[in-house]
Design a protein around this ligand. Structure first.
Ligand code: UT7
Length: 325
């Protein structure tokens, strides 16, 4: 019997503190920096984002999202035999945030590790978990995206600080005799490292280089709209499906204009795109599982639907996963 991997539960967690665009206007005004709700909404589609309070880390958000995903799947912590966490904002340099989450969930013994592919991280993590399940070494995995990007923001840089937010999303991925993950494709091109990065690093007890996020927004935008359509076509072809088979596009939530461009190229109406960027901003590796959970709990995504999950991020990395839900 062929062994497949299926998503059997989704969960998410947002920190309670929400900042609207009006709050960002006030925050930046204190630094004599001008921005406006109109600019942010028109250029990005973002209206609000959530920020953690001091003392709350990616593992706190990720553990809660995982608990909710396990509850939705009817899975017990003792059954989990793999945890992969996609994050660029780990609690510590090491060990992995996955190990911290494992302990918070009361699990011990199974393999755990982090994946660092920035905003494409969840796509990478899901694809790796799918391969491990298909290989037979794992039966029930937690795949989590968890970020506290507010910690990386330069509030003197209006071109980036209004874009990002904090949050986490998770899925339970289980071995099954029915196909769930139909196909995945992962890519990267390291020549673009500099267009989206946090260049600082720890050295001898100090941070060397700038520890805040830098982005050439236009360069990222141009690359994103090109590769997202290509990778969508790639996974459809791998799975022997067509654009018409996609019920829901669940894209990385960075900019509504990028999502609209992808939907247009796939000849999909925006009614078939799960959109959370307006309320969450860009939560990097958390954005796709957050959007997925939102779509499921809002009653948009139903069992049996075919979903296209796709994202781009620093590296430059990009990828897509086609799912029968
Ligand atoms: O998660 C990884 C993937 N990341 C992304 O996908 C991000 C991709 N990039 C983008 O989403 C867009 O490039 C941005 C939203 C970052 C920027 O939008 P844009 O339409 O490319 O704007 P721009 O950078 O060309 O800036 C246009 C103007 C500039 O003023 P001038 O030079 O025309 O006078 C900026 O200084 O908008 C100005 N501006 C702002 N004005 C008010 C930039 N940020 C702001 C701001 N408020 N927050």
């Amino acid at each position: 019997m062929t062994r497949y991997a299926r998503i059997t539960g989704t969960g998410s967690c947002l920190p309670p503190r929400q900042l609207t665009n009006a709050d960002m206007v006030d925050l930046l005004a204190k630094r004599q920096i001008e921005t406006s709700d109109e600019w942010i909404v028109e250029r990005t589609g973002i209206r609000a984002r959530h920020f953690v309070d001091d003392g709350v880390n990616a593992s706190d958000l990720g553990a809660e999202a995982a608990r909710r995903a396990m509850a939705a799947a009817g899975a017990q912590p003792s059954e989990i035999d793999l945890i992969i966490v996609a994050t660029s904002t780990p609690d510590m340099v090491f060990p992995a945030t996955a190990a911290i989450i494992q302990h918070k969930l009361g699990i011990a013994g199974c393999p755990v590790f982090d994946v660092q592919a920035v905003c494409s991280g969840f796509i990478y993590a899901l694809s790796v978990a799918d391969a491990m399940i298909k290989a037979g070494s794992v039966s029930k995995a937690l795949v989590i995206g968890a970020e506290v990007f507010s910690r990386l923001l330069d509030f003197n840089d209006r071109t980036t600080c209004v874009l990002f937010g904090d949050g986490a999303g998770a899925v339970v991925l289980e071995a099954s005799d029915r196909p769930g993950i139909l196909a995945s494709a992962l890519h990267a091109d390291g020549q673009h490292v500099g267009i989206l990065c946090v260049p600082g690093h720890v050295n001898g007890g100090q941070v060397l280089g700038d520890p805040l996020l830098k982005m050439d927004g236009q360069a990222v935008f141009k690359l994103a709209v090109g590769v997202l359509h290509d990778v969508a076509k790639e996974v459809l072809q791998k799975a022997g499906r067509t654009e018409a088979d996609i019920d829901w596009l669940v894209p990385h939530q960075a900019n509504i204009r990028i999502m609209a461009s992808t939907a247009r190229k796939l000849r999909m109406s925006m009614d078939k795109v799960v959109v959370t960027v307006d309320q969450h901003g860009n939560t990097s590796a958390a954005s796709i599982p957050l959007a997925l959970d939102h779509g499921v709990r809002a009653g948009q995504i139903k069992p049996g639907d075919t979903l296209l999950l796709e994202g781009v991020g620093g590296g430059f990395t990009w990828g897509a996963v086609l799912v029968d839900f």
